[in-house]
Design a protein around this ligand. Sequence first.
Ligand code: Q46
Ligand code: ZN
Length: 315
Amino acid sequence: MKCRVCGKQASINLRAYNTALCDKDFIEFLEKRIVNTIDDYKLLSVNDRPLVAISGGKDSLSLWYMLNKTGYPCDGFYIDLGIEGYSHISLEKVKRMADRVKKKVYLFSVYNLIQKGIDGLTKTMRRPPCSACGMIKRYVMNMVCIEKGYTVLVTGHNLDDEASALLGNILFWKEVYLWKKSISLPGEEGHLVKKVKPLFLCSEREMAAYAILNSIDYIYEECPYSHDAKTILYKRILNTIEEKSPGMKIQFIKGYLKMVKDGEKKNHYCIHCGYPAYGDTCSVCRLLSKLGIEKDVNFEEYSPYSLDSERQEVT
Ligand code: Q46
Ligand code: ZN
């Protein structure tokens, strides 16, 4: 197998793209995809101050490294969740990367907020920890951005995370969540910071390869609470389909992004006639203006009998 770019021995086969690449060209290929994703979906602008949420795993650490390397300087944010055998190891990895990219990382411990770690919270609440943990993380990440003046929160959700979540939301028709899973979620001035996911189109396998090739020291262990059976099942199902039909996952997720975009566009109305439009002008008004015709919509009426006269019997 030869590298498509330089012809040397390829080290990774990307069946979804029908291509194989060597180490160096794969790194460039993936970095280019991130930059294109940021441009195509308008995730970051020149005036933005992005902050990356980092867990210590391969995705968020690689993302932080990549963004700083490709011209998007950004600081990091880490939440110590107080999970035994996990949190202190991940913190070390995060500090190591901060030294490497020479960027600041804010550290926050959940003890400051709830006076216990996620372990303690689980015991007190006697329910699965992920919903409370997710809620706390979202809250604190938003708070740090607002308090420290960052305009965008960047997270490391990858293609496999998003595709499995999307599949779960579709299977159970969780419509509310369905619309909230997009690549970018708008903020509300002073209340809610904009959120973006530049790894939306990068698979788990690609991110692991990128981390290894760049000697990124990440935590291999998953959070001990992360064994949500459904998510694992959905990922397995999607991988089986991907095996038979390479590129399916990316099509699935791109189709979803298109649907969300079209959905947003439906809220636009024609400035001339008020009819729903993709853009400022509806298709009919656009056609008429192309033809140089002034719109004149008169509805003639035909009545078989005068409305004033007495109703005649139908014979
Ligand atoms: S929500 Fe659940 Fe994660 Fe929190 S308790 Fe661990 S697995 S860290 S993404
Ligand atoms: Zn090459």
